[in-house]
Design a protein around this ligand. Structure first.
Ligand SMILES: *Cc1c(COP(=O)(O)O)cnc(C)c1O
Length: 409
């Protein structure tokens, strides 16, 4: 009898009587309560604890924002709205979800390339802060502000001249569709002033999904240097400075959790210097997956168990149409298994199996040759680290299966 090494994510969820508990509810009972599989379940206690953990390590005067694109489920965003200082949105649809929470509009920022005039007008009317990513957006804001008779709240998103090293997804440095190149920023600040716009803040995002504290510390230091340099070209004192995020979570074997203590310590030293140079500026970090990724599981039911030429396949009712990232098709170069368990057989002896979905494509894979307890039809497969970039980042319409349900417990 062999046992399976336990991924750290799994230890966040207690096991009682061999059954995983989510939100204090045994998974089999939760599946009955939801009424159908597959589903995503998000544990509100884990989200709250994650925010508390951050607050304990980060400077008290550093604002914490939630990037809604990681998980836009309205109930989850509502829960987070009560815990964080601001919400970052990247579309008109996300803006609506953010406004519905009751978060003060000036604490909602709207970034992302290619904002339509209609989206910009909604944001201006709402009083949200628009993070302009191009000259066109600056000019459109001036025009829309005039048409509506409302002074737009405006910040500039800057494409830095460096990147977050070892970042899972490159979103700054080099030629990018994001933000205004740092070297163009003085010119754009002047243009905004010429158009009668007040630039309220700067937003510098250099990357995502980093598990290396030193890399994040270095990127934050470079971000602050760049911001202080650019602030000299602004016509009015900056009210806000968003220094990005990039805090990652461990998905794959061999990855260790990010240590945020050194990040907090370095920011504690840096913020007084920022305050001295830019009196009254409010500095923020923006996090998505770090706040919600580990607080969510994806649950699918085994509908068939097959043996093909000696290999066991568990066929489930869930797959890449709900969870593209776990299938390995959301930005991964080499496919690796997310942490997976059989939620109602947590302590049983294991066998090598592959877990697949019902889609007619070999890409529809939730676990490849993994050691899992021997499972039968009706058992519940759990994919951990599924609270971010799950449902909303998956091609739900592919093969016309039912939509996945989401619950916050
Ligand atoms: C996607 C995004 C984030 C969130 O990234 P995570 O890796 O989920 O923390 C933050 N800021 C911006 C500008 C983004 O586009």
């Amino acid at each position: 009898m062999s046992t399976k090494p336990v991924h750290a994510a799994q230890t966040l969820y207690p096991v009682a009587g061999g059954c995983l508990q989510v939100g204090g509810i045994p998974l089999t009972r939760l599946a009955q309560r939801v009424g159908s599989t597959p589903f995503y379940a998000y544990d509100r206690r884990l989200v709250s604890e994650r925010v508390a953990h951050l607050r304990a390590h980060l400077p008290a005067d550093l604002e914490l924002h939630y990037s809604i694109k990681a998980n836009p489920m309205p109930a989850l965003v509502q829960h987070l709205a009560g815990l964080v200082d601001g919400l970052d949105v990247a579309s008109g649809g996300e803006l609506k979800v953010a406004l519905d929470t009751g978060m003060a509009p000036e604490r909602i920022s709207f970034a992302g390339p290619g904002k339509s005039d209609a989206e910009l007008a909604c944001a201006v009317a709402a009083g949200a802060c628009v993070h302009a990513e191009s000259e066109r957006e600056i000019r459109a804001l001036a025009r829309i502000g005039e048409q509506l008779g409302i002074a737009p709240l405006l910040a500039l998103r800057i494409n830095p001249d460096f990147e977050l090293k070892g970042s899972g997804m490159r979103m700054g440095g080099g030629a990018k569709q994001f933000g205004i190149d740092a070297e163009e920023a003085p010119h754009m600040l002047a243009l905004a002033a010429q158009l009668g716009l007040t630039v309220d803040g700067l937003h510098i995002f250099s990357g995502s999904q980093s598990l290396k504290a030193e890399a994040i510390v270095e990127a934050q230091a470079q971000t602050i240097e760049l911001a202080l340099r650019l602030a000299g070209a602004a016509r009015a004192p900056l009210r806000t400075l968003n220094i990005g995020g990039g805090f990652g979570i461990p998905y794959f074997p061999g990855e260790a959790a990010l240590d945020i203590a050194p990040i907090g310590a370095r920011l504690q030293e840096a913020l007084p210097r920022v305050q001295a140079a830019l009196p009254g500026v409010q500095v923020a970090i923006e996090l998505g997956r770090y706040l919600v990724g580990e607080a969510g599981v994806y649950v699918a039911r085994v509908v068939d168990r097959k043996v093909s030429r000696g290999q066991v396949f568990l066929v489930t009712d869930g797959g890449l149409h709900h969870h593209l990232a776990a299938s390995g098709n959301f930005g991964q170069v080499i496919r690796k298994n997310y942490p997976v368990a059989i939620g109602n057989r947590m302590n049983e002896s294991v066998e090598p199996v592959s877990v697949v979905g019902p889609l007619c494509t070999p890409l529809d894979l939730l676990a490849e040759r993994m050691e899992l307890p021997r499972a039968e039809v009706g058992d519940l497969v759990v994919v951990f680290q599924s609270g971010a970039y799950g449902k909303s980042a998956s091609p739900a319409a592919f093969l016309s299966h039912p939509d996945v349900v989401e619950v916050l417990v």
